[in-house]
Design a protein around this ligand. Structure first.
Ligand SMILES: NC(=O)c1ccc[n+]([C@@H]2O[C@H](COP(=O)([O-])OP(=O)(O)OC[C@H]3O[C@@H](n4cnc5c(N)ncnc54)[C@H](OP(=O)(O)O)[C@@H]3O)[C@@H](O)[C@H]2O)c1
Length: 361
């Protein structure tokens, strides 16, 4: 008997959707049975819908090529086809908010890549190594909306993972961080396809990504926050200032961070040891997509680099390097992660594995 959980992707033809397909192929717990996208793709075989815009290094997995793409806006098409949908649609925010709520009301577990619900007061924003306990809000979310089985869980913005995990490991080890300044160097794939034009990007960087700095500053405070009376209260103990830049790198977001500790600061070698020994629930539960170890410290003075480090741990590990004293705060370091894997599809799949391991699906 096939005991895998049937899952679908809405937004299956886009940059993130293609990564889902790649990562869900032969997944030990999930069977990908449903693909949906815009009305332009609906009715076409998947291979025809993505003809000329398949961006993965591997070919489209054989068993998905002939699946007929449905219109993601027609929720009833998914009923009976899958139990959980990964959402990676690109539409206006209000439309996504309503569409994801409609899937939840129809009994689907929704695990979303979109920013639309990240500020919704009862929707958890999950980095599985950090705030898996935030999933405990799901029963309250269901009760509030009258959803019997469905719910919405989201993953954070793709720019924050590479500084959140290093900061969290230090906080967990007893060294609270109260201030952080971060400059991100964000890859082109983060903008979806086709993204910025070549003329804008070759020999250039763009010091502005709409909405990104606000997300990079606020979402960490929700992730570090607490559930209070059925909603999330932001963590008030940390302040983050972010500069977000688009750079001509295909995949892999880099973050250059300076941190200040609220109290005593650890020695440099203790920080490295904390990072190297960091482990969390996804690793303890041996979730299929959990990188072991979740964080790698590179001693070389010129690492991490997107080309060399983004695929570490199948694109799910965070690579950290260049830890040194900061002349303004306490320490500075460079973090890097794969934005469409750990920062998008892979991070959501890890969240879905956590949901399954904890019995929510
Ligand atoms: N790229 C990243 O690194 C990244 C990281 C984290 C989060 N995200 C978020 O994930 C979402 C998807 O990003 P992406 O980079 O994959 O975007 P993308 O490459 O532009 O893909 C967008 C997807 O949405 C579908 N879509 C567009 N209009 C639609 C409509 N009216 N109804 C239903 N489906 C529609 C598209 O279908 P068609 O192909 O049929 O048009 C396609 O499948 C975005 O919200 C983005 O902000 C992206």
């Amino acid at each position: 008997m096939n005991r895998k959980l049937k899952v679908g992707i809405i937004g299956a033809t886009g940059m993130v959707g293609q990564n889902y397909l790649r990562l869900l192929h032969n997944h030990p717990w999930f069977e990908l049975t449903y693909l949906a996208a815009s009305p332009n793709s609906a009715g076409k075989k998947y291979c025809d819908a993505v003809a000329g815009r398949w961006h993965m290094h591997e070919d489209i997995p054989e068993n998905f090529k002939d699946i007929v793409v449905e219109d993601a806006n027609i929720v009833k098409k998914a009923i009976g086809e899958c139990k959980l949908v990964f959402s990676a649609v690109e539409m206006d925010k209000q439309t996504i908010i309503a569409l994801e709520a409609e899937y939840a009301s129809q009994g689907f577990a929704v695990v979303s890549n979109n920013s639309a619900h990240r500020n919704t007061e009862d929707v958890p924003v999950i980095i599985p190594e950090i705030n898996h306990d935030h999933l405990n809000i799901i029963p309250e979310q269901q009760q509030k909306h009258g959803w019997s089985k469905g719910f919405i869980v989201v993953k954070p913005n793709c720019s924050i993972q590479s500084y959140m995990l290093p900061a969290y490991a230090l906080i967990k080890a007893g060294y609270p961080v109260d201030k952080m300044i971060v400059a991100t160097l964000q890859a082109l794939s983060g903008a979806g396809y086709p993204g910025p034009s070549a003329i804008d990007l070759v020999d250039n960087t763009i010091p502005y990504i709409a909405g990104e700095e606000e997300k990079s500053e606020v979402e960490p405070r929700k992730i570090f926050g607490k559930i209070k009376n059925g909603k999330f209260a932001l963590d008030e103990s940390i302040k983050i200032s972010a500069h977000c830049n688009r750079v001509p790198v295909s995949d892999g977001h880099t973050a250059c961070a300076s941190i200040r500790f609220a109290g005593k600061r650890p020695e440099l070698d203790e920080v490295i040891s904390i990072w190297q020994n960091f482990t969390a629930l996804p690793q303890e539960l041996k979730l299929p997509s959990a990188p072991i170890p979740p964080m790698i410290y590179r001693e070389e003075v010129d690492r991490p680099q997107p080309q060399k480090d983004r695929d570490t741990g199948n694109g799910m590990a965070i690579t950290v390097g260049r830890l040194r004293k900061c002349n303004v705060f306490d320490y500075r370091f460079v973090g890097l992660h794969h934005n469409t894997v750990r920062g998008a599809a892979g991070g959501s799949i890890l969240t879905a594995e956590l949901l399954k391991a904890k019995g929510f699906v």
